[in-house]
Design a protein around this ligand. Sequence first.
Ligand code: PMV
Length: 354
Amino acid sequence: SQKWILMTTAQTPTNIAVIKYWGKRDEALILAVNDSISVTLDPQHLCTTTTVAVSPMFQSDRMWLNGKEISLSGGRYQNCLREIRSRASKIEDEKKGIKITKKDWEKLHVHIASYNNFPTAAGLASSAAGFACLVFSLAKLMNVQEDQGKLSAIARQGSGSACRSLYGGFVKWVMGNEENGSDSIAVQLQDEKHWDELVIIIAVVSSRQKETSSTSGMRDSVETSLLLQHRAKEVVPKRIIEMEEAIKNRDFPSFARLTCADSNQFHAVCLDTSPPIFYMNDTSHRIISCVEKWNRSEGTPQVAYTFDAGPNAVLIARDRKVAANLLQRLLYYFPPHSDTDLNSYVIGDKSILG
Ligand code: PMV
């Protein structure tokens, strides 16, 4: 009888969109109504580590998230597993006595253990890092011979934003035209070294789970918001071009203007949805006001803000000095243990915390 276990581990950071994805044109395949652009965070913060194992001793596919077993029966997991399995190729390791043919992969079961290095309850996007890591580690385990772009299209079927986490730096998710989604993939615009002066600070406004999931929120927006139609057709295509240019030239004023405007339009679409969706709260709004006032008083933007499907602020400072100043301001305006206390996470430069 065969007693071997083969395993592999991968680590994937989460990403934050600066031009947002909001709305699907195909729900099953997860195809977006517009392109989006994101920045992938430093791997030492907000990342998922996933170990996948395969063995003839395993009776079924199983998965544990932060040590607790979760069900793999959902369509998103099944799609990722099926797509990766169908591309598995043979492995032969004579020394270890392991031989797996392409046919064997159809019958072999996997065990998956995934950990987030940040509190899952903190309401910070975890599905992006999670699905990207799942797909990447399974592809390694099963000796899948596909490029990153192809893998990103598989991760996309787990969670749309996950496709962008397969690359570091600045990443674009091209919505594509094909009905089967084969050209709806992520591409790297610039690598992680391109603009490393930027410091990202996440102000955790609330650690409560969001009330409206992105899936049902997007569905309602696509069905009811005219602003979404306008945004997808008229606004985002131009912004994508401008944002690519701003990133290429490390043009912070343009980058900040586009990032803030796009976050605000995404939340305007949420408000334009029936029933309306409120992801930001009073503290989020106060943070926006503080940043807007500060940027105006300096004459040129120092900090960009962006909010996803929740009240937490992602703040992007133009450099370390501004980031230190920003943290001081956050602590001053939102003192610890007050009604609006914040729990700040610093990404990109730990030394500022000290
Ligand atoms: O990939 P999802 O279903 O978690 O949707 C993500 C949507 C936003 O975070 C709000 C925007 C984005 O582009 O990441």
